[in-house]
Design a protein around this ligand. Structure first.
Ligand code: HEC
Ligand code: HEC
Length: 459
């Protein structure tokens, strides 16, 4: 009798485990949510367009002279910001000088079919050369106009210092991928962990090779429990995102001011919706695709529409099989995460932590049609290629014209090349740039793949 009861109990336990809301497939784990501060989205959007998340910059007069001050009015801004590129804000430095400073939109806005999409990751900037050279020219221009003892120089110099410190570490091998992970590691090497003040000499060695990444779309954030491709960033998202201040700020007192405003910006980011697919969709085919998606993809990527759910899974490297360099880098060079986790940014209340994993988050696929190229390193030009791994090009080249979109394959039009001829050729044989893995679409027939593609257009 006792034996039967025990067996029944065991069965009951197994049944319950197997019926949890999101049973994580083998080789994956679900990231638990962490509490977030509530913010005001309207104030956050205002901060994005006018705020001083980077509080030093090129004196407005010098910027206008060099750039002409007649950039297109992409953001519809008023006042001093009119005629300034969307990648910069006009802000007052702490000493009152008006400066033009880089913002989040350097990396988190991109043009698609001719229109600027805020929140779409930049996938076109050329990071293959050392931008620090531009700052040697800017140093000269500011000194010539105002002299080195001026308030203008004081309001400018930290930007030049920051870029020169990171310059040698952030060159990618091909155009498109972003070196942001390395920017923050290199800046951390120059900041004291407790009060975040600047150190002229790097306090730990920063590896020279860049781990290339794409930039995730901001509209996915509202579903996520951790930030970054490998789920590295946990805790308070505003605290994590406020690290952009490390480029120029004086110390932790300034970091605190940025952090307080970042709460609103994160609240705004969590309201954005993906852009709708702009071309016709075959509804019957998409409905067939939905069924296939639910059978093959849902367990990792979640479901969409009325029964939307998202499991927040990190998929281990041996299951997803995509380029391992990004996930491994944080384990191989732990200095940066160790610095972060004892720095001002990790302090409570609202602390954040960097916790490396051995895998990548299976991202939500909302608006995925717009976010080519694919995978965390942007190594695959279209979703059609992503879902048919033998077909992926080893070397591929695109025009970088943002209207060169291919609605059949969902992604960029490209030519397959036989080798790397210039920075526009994506070379998947380089370390960190590999296009292998994620073979989950390979078993689909050509017809089934077409149906899944059609369904993805509707997300
Ligand atoms: C130099 C380029 C750059 C700038 C500037 C930048 N970011 Fe990012 N951001 C990135 C990249 C690249 C990633 C992805 C890194 C990774 O996952 O390894 C990212 C990731 C994020 C994420 C996590 C998204 C996700 O789904 O995991 C958030 C949120 C974010 N950035 C917010 C901001 C905010 C807010 C600012 C301005 C205060 C900013 N970023 C400035 C390049 C940049
Ligand atoms: C075992 C889990 C798993 C399954 C099953 C799976 N995926 Fe993924 N998928 C991932 C992970 C993890 C990534 C991120 C990999 C990376 O960036 O290195 C990803 C990335 C993607 C991307 C690229 C997203 C981007 O913005 O770069 C697309 C598109 C995608 N998957 C579609 C699908 C489709 C369609 C299916 C079903 C045919 C599918 N996936 C099945 C785990 C999975």
């Amino acid at each position: 009798m006792a034996k039967i009861q025990l067996a029944a109990l065991l069965l009951l336990v197994l049944f319950c485990l197997g019926n949890a809301d999101h049973p994580a497939p083998p080789g994956t784990f679900a990231i638990p949510p962490s509490p977030q501060r509530a913010g005001d989205p309207t104030a956050g959007y205002d901060y994005l367009l006018y705020g001083d998340m980077v509080g030093r910059g090129i004196p407005l007069a010098v910027y206008k002279k060099v750039s002409g001050g007649d950039s297109p009015d992409d953001l519809g801004r008023t006042g001093d910001s009119q005629g300034i590129s969307f990648q910069f804000n006009v802000v007052e430095a702490p000493n009152g000088v008006k400066v033009v400073a880089p913002t989040c939109l350097n990396c988190h806005a991109e043009k698609l079919n001719g229109a600027l999409v805020i929140g779409l990751g930049n996938n076109s900037t050329d990071h293959t050369y050392d931008h620090a050279g531009n700052f040697r020219a800017a140093d000269f221009a500011v000194q010539l106009r105002f002299g080195k003892q001026s308030p203008e120089w004081e309001a400018y110099y930290p930007l030049s210092r920051g870029y020169k410190a990171v310059g040698p570490y952030i060159q990618t091998k091909v155009r498109g991928p972003n070196p942001a992970d390395k920017i923050f590691a290199a800046l951390a090497a120059h900041r004291k962990a407790d009060d975040l003040s600047w150190l002229p000499e790097a306090q730990f060695e920063v590896p020279v090779e860049v781990v290339p990444t794409d930039v995730p779309a901001w509209w996915l954030l509202k579903k996520k429990h951790a930030l970054y491709y490998n789920g590295l960033g946990t805790g308070d998202f505003a605290r994590l995102s406020s690290a952009s201040g490390m480029l120029v700020m004086a110390d932790s007192a300034e970091a605190r001011r940025i952090d307080e405003r970042m709460v609103d910006l994160i609240a705004w980011i969590r309201t954005i919706e993906p852009p709708a697919y702009p071309f016709p969709v075959d509804a019957t085919l998409a409905a067939q695709g939905k069924l296939l998606f639910e059978k093959t993809c849902k367990k990792c990527h979640g479901s969409y529409g009325d029964d939307a759910s998202y499991p927040n899974l990190v998929v281990k490297l041996d299951i997803v099989g995509t380029d391992s360099l990004l996930a491994q880098a944080y384990r191989q060079y732990p200095e940066y995460t160790e610095w972060y986790n004892r720095s001002w940014y990790a302090q409570e209340p609202y602390g954040a932590t960097l916790q490396p994993t051995w895998g990548y988050i299976a991202p939500p696929l909302d608006g995925v049609w717009a976010t080519a190229p694919y995978l965390h390193n942007g190594s695959v030009p279209t979703i059609d290629d992503l879902l048919n791994s033998p077909q992926r090009p080893v070397y591929w080249k695109r025009s970088f014209d943002n209207s060169d979109y291919n609605p059949e394959k969902l992604g960029w039009r490209y030519s397959a090349e036989t080798g790397k001829t210039d920075s526009k050729t994506y070379d998947t044989t380089l370390p960190g740039y590999g296009n292998g893995g994620h073979t989950f679409g390979d078993k689909l027939t050509t017809e089934e793949r077409k149906a899944v593609l059609e369904y993805l257009k509707t997300l």
